[in-house]
Design a protein around this ligand. Structure first.
Ligand code: ADP
Length: 190
C-alpha cells in the first residue's frame, strides 16, 4: 500500500494537494477535519465534544481521534493506499498510526511536509474564511491553531525524520508548481 501522510500548518494546502494526489494515484482520502465536521453536522456525541475544541482552535483529545481513525481505516480495507490529511497531529497519534498500519501489514510510506511562511498561512486562512464560512477561520482562532501547530504538531517533523519518512516540500508558489514537487517526492519512493 502507498500510505502518504500529508503534513503542514493550517492553511499549508494539505486538502488541496490531497485532492490532486487522490486523482493522480487513486488513493483513498482520510481527512480527520472532514470526518469531525461531518460528526458535528450530524449532531453526534463525538461531534458535540469535538465542536467545543475546534471552535477554540484546540486539538480534539488523542483517544477520541485515534478511535475515530481506526474505524475509518477499517472501512478502507480494500484500498490501494491512503492519504492521511490532518492526522497525525501529535506524537501519540503518530505512534498509534504506525501501530494500526503495522497490525494491518503495512506502514507509512512517506510524510510530505508542506512548508509555508507564517504570513502567507494567515492570509490564506482569512481568505478561506470568507468563502467557506468555517467557524475556525477567523483571526483569533487562526492564531491559536498556529500556536497549537508549533507546540504540538511541528515536533512530528523530527519523529518522521528519525523514521526516515520525512520529505520537505516547498509549499509556496502556484498549486500546480507545488503539486509537481509532491509528485516528484511520491515517485521517488514508488
Ligand atoms: P486545518 O489543518 O486547516 O486547521 P482541519 O480541517 O485539518 O484544518 O482541522 C480542523 C480542526 O479539527 C483542528 O483545528 C482540530 O481542532 C480538529 N482536528 C482535526 N484533525 C485532528 C487531529 N488529528 N487531532 C486533533 N484534532 C484534530
Amino acid at each position: 500500500m502507498l500510505n502518504v501522510v500529508i503534513f503542514g500548518a493550517p492553511g499549508s494546502g494539505k486538502g488541496t494537494q490531497s485532492e490532486l494526489i487522490i486523482k493522480e494515484y487513486g488513493l483513498d482520502h482520510i481527512s480527520t477535519g472532514d470526518v469531525l465536521r461531518a460528526e458535528i453536522k450530524g449532531q453526534t456525541e463525538l461531534g458535540r465534544i469535538a465542536d467545543d475544541y475546534i471552535s477554540k482552535g484546540q486539538l480534539v483529545p488523542d483517544e477520541l481521534i485515534i478511535d475515530m481513525l481506526a474505524k475509518v481505516l477499517d472501512s478502507k480495507k480494500e484500498s490501494k493506499g491512503v492519504i492521511f490529511d490532518g492526522f497525525p497531529r501529535t506524537i501519540p497519534q503518530a505512534k498509534a498510526l504506525k501501530k494500526m498500519l503495522n497490525e494491518r501489514g503495512t506502514d507509512v510510506s512517506v510524510m510530505l511536509n508542506l512548508e509555508v511562511e507564517e504570513e502567507e498561512l494567515i492570509q490564506r486562512l482569512l481568505k478561506r474564511g470568507e468563502i467557506s464560512g468555517r467557524s475556525d477561520d477567523n483571526l483569533e482562532t487562526i492564531k491559536s491553531r498556529l500556536d497549537v501547530y508549533h507546540n504540538q504538531t511541528a515536533p512530528l517533523k523530527d519523529y518522521y525524520v528519525t523514521e526516515e519518512k520525512h520529505t520537505a516540500i516547498k509549499g509556496m508558489g502556484t498549486i500546480d508548481e507545488i503539486f509537481a514537487r509532491v509528485c516528484e517526492a511520491i515517485n521517488a519512493i514508488k
